[in-house]
Design a protein around this ligand. Structure first.
Ligand SMILES: [Zn+2]
Length: 168
């Protein structure tokens, strides 16, 4: 059982390329206390591993390369997914949250990867965006965006806290 889990984690890490920022942004920058967990801690959530294995890497296998990094994001933006090109994605996570909240955000962002990867969501020129068969604009309010409603519904259903990290 444990061997099986380690194998899954091994496969998972293969598809997620981790980049940790090591150099301080500025001399007067205070290292925040929530840096007590790493990106590896965030990624080791079992429900996230399962989602990557069962949904993003489902048959017919389209390999996805997903780079996850702490992003220099506006404090109100918790996570951001960018499709770099076909099969290559970049997820930025806000460093200001608890481990559990960061994992929930990562699950949400991985669902955006799924949406892009399986052609439900497409970034179009001139501020437009396609969701399934309809075209919207990015100026649409977050809460009204159907791809956000979908990502929230799925992440609420699929994300499960690891008991190990309950205290966070
Ligand atoms: Zn979103």
């Amino acid at each position: 059982m444990r061997k099986h889990l380690l194998l899954i984690l091994g496969l998972f890490v293969f598809f997620l390329h981790l980049v940790e920022e090591t150099k301080p942004a500025q001399n007067n920058y205070t290292i925040p206390t929530f840096k007590r967990f790493t990106l590896n801690d965030v990624l080791s959530n079992e429900s996230i591993v399962e989602f990557v294995q069962d949904s993003i890497l489902k048959p017919p296998y389209k390999s996805a390369y997903i780079d996850v990094k702490w992003g220099p994001l506006h404090p109100r933006i918790l996570g951001l997914t960018t499709k770099v090109k076909d099969g290559v994605f970049f997820i930025q996570l806000n460093r200001g949250l608890s481990l559990k909240a960061t994992q929930k955000v990562l699950m949400h962002e991985l669902i955006h990867v799924y949406q892009f990867h399986y052609n439900l969501l497409e970034d179009l020129p001139n501020g437009n965006v396609r969701w399934k068969d309809s075209v919207y604009t990015w100026s649409m309010a977050w809460k009204d965006r159907p791809w956000e409603i979908h990502a929230e519904a799925w992440s609420t259903k699929l994300f499960k806290t690891d008991s190990l990290y309950l205290e966070n």
